[in-house]
Ligand binder design. Structure first.
Ligand code: PHE
Length: 463
């Protein structure tokens, strides 16, 4: 109660919106991390890259790279209390262009939202398809054709994307605490309950154990350099780091937030959701004989067949796609907030105007991703269509490079004294061991690992 009053008075003084409680911070940050990455990317990437062996590399990446970068971003944002670009401008020594990290982040936010909003659009289309009963089949051939019809239609692809941009804009306009925080607090618990229900169903299918052993028995032969880059990139994408989202959210944290602890909780919570999604999907994949490495469409082809085989499957299918949309909403809100915060903090634009400008820009950039399955299908850049290019570029290049520079800035430019002040909440927390471990990781381990994995994954060096 007292904290709340303190917080309110700070708000009045600074007139800057923010998250209202410690639990709110964790839920909203977890809401950003948990998204389509867990449900749509994690399972097919694990499937394509050797199951458990990939998960082990992913885990190492989240611990040695993901967590230090997330803590760094929260710390920078909270210290500067501004959007990603302005924060770095404020914190960097004069004339050094570290704000470019923030600028690359705003760019990355658009690149990610361009394809991300389209996948959420597909999920929305699937809610309606599922409700109509047209997906009630255990034949993956039929569900594959049905997915092809969605991706192949230019108007449908655009309209569902616009719908996503519209509802996200409405929540963003309502503000940080009354919009983002209020929405995510309601969405997260519902998602968890549904995921557990689907897991139980999938795990009790006859023959489910094959999928479980695929998920937990490592096959290191598939672990190429490119797969290792994918695992690290996924860790970045999953934790929403390397592009300013966590700097922006950090700027809404309260000063008494224990950053290393809350970031660790978010990392663990996110990992839990990814594993649950894997347990929901792989057993069913093996039972119905679908290839586990079937690609990004795994969610739209396999999941319906899982539901079709359970009693009242239609209802569960609708709810599952609603909840996928729900998970993705928490994530896209955090992406959308990056340019909105920049426009309002940096240029003093009203929240309404900043939201509208972002929405219009996104509709333009996003249309290239929406149309890449149909009218723009033949346009290839580096052999990829727009959708795949945006996906590859953000996950495997923009986010790791952003993360690398954040580590260099925090570990080498900002320095130990400032880190100590920020991570101990100006001496209020007694956590010298954590701070020293973090400093060592962010100065040496994380940047070197990112650099080596990035260069070898892209084929620049050979290890
Ligand atoms: N972490 C989100 C997911 O897993 C995606 C995301 C990436 C969100 C980057 C914000 C920033 O779906």
């Amino acid at each position: 109660m007292k904290n709340e009053q303190n917080h309110k008075s700070t708000l009045q003084k600074s007139a800057r919106d923010g998250f209202t409680s410690g639990l709110g911070v964790i839920l909203v940050t977890l809401g950003s991390a948990v998204g389509l990455g867990n449900i749509w990317k994690f399972p097919y990437m694990v499937g394509a890259n050797g199951g458990a062996a990939f998960i082990i590399v992913y885990l190492i990446s989240t611990l040695l790279v993901g967590l230090p970068v997330m803590i760094s971003e929260h710390m920078l944002g909270r210290n500067a209390k501004s959007d990603a670009i302005t924060s770095l401008q404020k914190l960097a020594p004069k004339k050094q262009p570290w704000w470019l990290i923030g600028a690359a982040g705003v760019l990355a936010a658009f690149v990610i939202m361009a394809f991300y909003s389209e996948v959420i659009g597909w999920v929305l289309a699937y809610i309606i398809k599922a409700a109509s009963g047209s997906l009630l089949t255990t034949d993956p051939g039929i569900t594959a054709a049905s997915f092809g019809a969605v991706v192949g239609s230019p108007w449908l692809s655009l309209i569902v994307q616009w719908l996503v941009i519209l509802y996200v804009s409405i929540i963003i306009m309502a503000g940080v605490s009354k919009g983002i925080e209020a929405a995510v607090k309601k969405l997260m618990p519902a998602l968890l309950v549904m995921l557990i229900i689907v897991c139980i169903r999938s795990l009790t299918l006859p023959g489910a154990s094959e999928g479980v052993s695929f998920l937990f028995k490592p096959d290191f032969s598939k672990l190429t350099n490119a797969a290792i880059l994918t695992a690290m990139g996924l860790a970045f994408f999953k934790l929403s780091i390397g592009m300013g989202t966590m700097i922006t959210y950090g700027s809404y944290f309260r000063d008494d937030q224990d950053i290393p602890i809350s970031a660790s909780k978010v990392m663990l919570g996110d990992l839990g959701v990814s594993l649950l999604a894997g347990l929901a999907i792989f057993p069913a994949v093996f039972v119905y004989g679908v290839q586990p490495d079937a690609g990004p469409s795994l969610l739209f082809i396999t999941i319906p067949t899982v539901f079709a085989s359970m009693p009242a499957g239609n209802i569960f299918m609708v709810i599952f796609f609603v909840l996928s949309a729900v998970a993705a909403t928490g994530a896209i809100l955090s992406l959308f907030e990056v340019p909105v915060a920049f426009l309002s903090d940096h240029y003093g634009m009203s929240r309404k105007k900043a939201t509208l400008s972002t929405a219009i820009a996104l509709a333009l950039v996003g249309s290239t991703a929406a149309l890449s399955g149909n009218v723009l299908a033949d346009v290839r850049i580096f052999g990829l269509n727009f959708f795949d290019l945006f996906d590859y570029m953000s996950q495997n290049i923009l986010l790791p490079v952003g993360g690398l520079f954040i580590c260099i800035f925090v570990g080498w430019v900002w320095g130990f004294g400032k880190i100590e002040g920020e991570l101990s909440n100006k001496g209020m927390l007694n956590n010298p061991g954590i701070i020293r471990a973090f400093f060592f990781l962010v100065r040496w381990v994380s940047p070197i690992l990112i650099l080596v994995i990035l260069l070898s994954g892209l084929g620049v060096i050979n290890i």
